[in-house]
Each structure stands twice: as structure tokens, then as C-alpha cells.
Design a protein around this ligand. Structure first.
Ligand code: NAP
Length: 242
């Protein structure tokens, strides 16, 4: 995938491992300065070092997406360094699983707080920078459960449907301001999260994090005349249109 992001700045949330790490490394190779955000300092520092070793530039930022002040502090750090933001990848997410009949309110709130509220807060703060610049791209990572349900994944499914809904309105408001917004809905990707949530899946049939990174790069490579609202990527051995 060829996309020239030289001179662009990007925040990738959840960049410490899994899908976010792959996206951060890939966008770094395409020339963007990457702000790698997550809670675990050693993981985002390590990813930032990898980006620099590959010839890019990066800044690790410790940020807890369940904490509004932490998100505002992250955006303050970004604007202090560059006074602009070109790309936001809302990727960070958590999974807490169990049947709805036994699911605690605290766990429900936690999943919604990181996966949906965190996406909303980051999008809002990004829009504050992108609207005056009349440019930018926000890409939200939802899930296959952004349009269907899975047993034991009630809170996660609600949050991921919410991310799709949020993106639908965001895309309209963004477009009015020269900004693009898309949502990516992956099926099972070979990360720690899926190892915990779907231990039944054979790892050899899973999507690779780099495949999601290529999808994000593809979206960013499209000319301004094109708008892709959503991309659903499923495991090859899952049901077509299922
Ligand atoms: P992962 O390997 O568990 O990585 C999740 C990332 O999010 C980590 O860097 C984690 O870092 C960060 N994160 C979690 N809670 C956070 C918080 N409160 N504040 C800031 N960062 C936080 O998961 P993944 O599989 O790569 O998933 C990435 C995204 O893709 C998620 O939104 C997930 O729902 C979605 N997705 C995954 C799959 C899949 O099969 N793996 C499929 C569809 C969609 P810290 O813990 O250090 O904060």
C-alpha cells in the first residue's frame, strides 16, 4: 500500500500491542509522526522505538481512555508539539465477557467507558483541531459485533454498535467540515484480546493485525473525492454476509 503521510501527525490509541501496534508501525513507515497512546508505558515506548528504528518519528503518550482529563491532557501534548492533528485512529478497546443475566453494572460501564465514550471523547477533541483546519481523517475500529451479536459479549456488542452509530453522525458532521470519518469492522484478529474472548478459534484462520493496518492505510490512500463509510473484514472461514 503506497500512501505518503510525510508531514502528517496521527494519534493511534491502543498502540501498545495488537492491532493498534500494527497500525502505528505501518503509518510510521508511511511518514506520519505517530502519537502512540495507551496506559502501559513500556509497550508504547517500545512501539515508538520500533517506529524510529524503521526511519519514522513517534511520541509515546500514556493515556487512560476511561478518564476524560487524561484524554484532554493527551490532546494538549499533541497541540504543544505540532498544533495540528491530521489522523485519529480510535483503536483502543477492552473486552469483558459474560452472560447478560450475570453481568455486573461496573463491568458494563467499564466496557462502554473505554470502547464508546473514549472514542467519542477522542473524536470530539480531534474535531476541535480538524474543523478549523478543514481537513483530517478519523478512523474508528469497531468489530463484527458492530452489526451482529455474540453470546457473552453484550456490553462489548453494545459498545461496538455504538461506535458504528457514532461514526455515522461523525461522518456527516466531518464531511461538512472537509474531514473524513470511516469505521472498520474486523472479525477475529490474532491478538491477546481474541485469545481471551474466542479461545475456540484456531489462530491459523485469524486475520493478522497487519491486515487491519493495510486496511487503514488503504482508507488514507484514497483521494479526497472518495468516501468509504465502513469496511467489514471477516475471517475467510466465517459466513459470507453473516
Ligand atoms: P489488545 O491486543 O488487547 O490491545 C488493546 C490496546 O488498547 C492496548 O494497547 C491497550 O493498552 C489499549 N487500551 C485498553 N484499555 C485502554 C484504556 N483504558 N486507555 C487507553 N488504552 C487502552 O486488543 P486488539 O485485539 O488489538 O484490539 C484493538 C481494537 O480492535 C479494539 O477496539 C478491539 O475491540 C478491536 N477489535 C479486535 C478484534 C480482535 O479479534 N482482536 C476484532 C474486532 C475488533 P493498555 O492496556 O496498556 O492501556
Amino acid at each position: 500500500m503506497t500512501v505518503d503521510l510525510t508531514g502528517k501527525t496521527a494519534i493511534v490509541t491502543g498502540a501498545g500491542r495488537g492491532i493498534g501496534r500494527a497500525i502505528a508501525l505501518d503509518l510510521g513507515k508511511h511518514g506520519a509522526h505517530i502519537f502512540c497512546a495507551a496506559r502501559t508505558a513500556r509497550q508504547i515506548e517500545s512501539v515508538a522505538i520500533e517506529i524510529v528504528a524503521a526511519g519514522g518519528t513517534a511520541t509515546p503518550i500514556v493515556c487512560d481512555l476511561s478518564n476524560e482529563q487524561s484524554i484532554c491532557d493527551m490532546f494538549t501534548q499533541v497541540t504543544r508539539k505540532f498544533e495540528r492533528l491530521d489522523i485519529l485512529i480510535n483503536n483502543a478497546g477492552i473486552g469483558i465477557y459474560g452472560p447478560i443475566a450475570e453481568f455486573s453494572t461496573a463491568d458494563f460501564d467499564n466496557v462502554i467507558s473505554v470502547n464508546l465514550r473514549g472514542t467519542f471523547l477522542c473524536s470530539r477533541e480531534a474535531m476541535k483541531l480538524m474543523v478549523p483546519a478543514h481537513s483530517g481523517y478519523i478512523i474508528n475500529i469497531s468489530s463484527v459485533v458492530g452489526f451482529k451479536g455474540y453470546v457473552n459479549q453484550g456490553a462489548y456488542t453494545a459498545a461496538k454498535h455504538g461506535v458504528v452509530g457514532l461514526t455515522k453522525t461523525l461522518a456527516i458532521e466531518a464531511q461538512e467540515n472537509g474531514i473524513r470519518a470511516s469505521v472498520v469492522l474486523p472479525g477475529g484478529v490474532d491478538t491477546e484480546m481474541v485469545a481471551r474472548s474466542r479461545p475456540d478459534l484456531d489462530r491459523s484462520v485469524l486475520i493478522q493485525p497487519s491486515d487491519i493496518a493495510h486496511t487503514v492505510a488503504y482508507l488514507l490512500s484514497l483521494p479526497a473525492t472518495c468516501a468509504v463509510d465502513q469496511i467489514y473484514i471477516r475471517r475467510r472461514n466465517s459466513t459470507p454476509f453473516g
